[in-house]
Design a protein around this ligand. Sequence first.
Ligand code: FES
Length: 129
Amino acid sequence: MITVSHEATAVVSKKKLAADPSTADFSVRIQGKIVKGFVVRRGDRYFAYQNVCQHLPVTLDLNDNSFFNHDKSLLQCQMHGALYEMETGLCVGGPCEGARLRALPLKEQKDQLIVSFPDEVIAEEVFDE
Ligand code: FES
């Protein structure tokens, strides 16, 4: 689950995303807050999001890296079933339809993905230490 972190970034190995589609969750401690996120792979593309449902402030996977609906066509919150598009983070079904997961900037570097956390994400984070 956890990967290397420093400053306001997390590094996720692409090896954790060998399956298509697949996800890798992570959490990092920044400025006294636990910032949770995940990367989702679809095809040869990768997307990173803050791991907070737009319905209630809980993690989508309830902390066990289970982010998909039954046929792995969408991301699904495990609490009440909100469905989100992998590529956009848009909620397309469930109690927060029309809302969007917060995307995190992601850079590819050889076999690693570097996810960064904008200041507003850190300020808003809901998981205190
Ligand atoms: S908390 Fe995610 S759908 Fe309700």
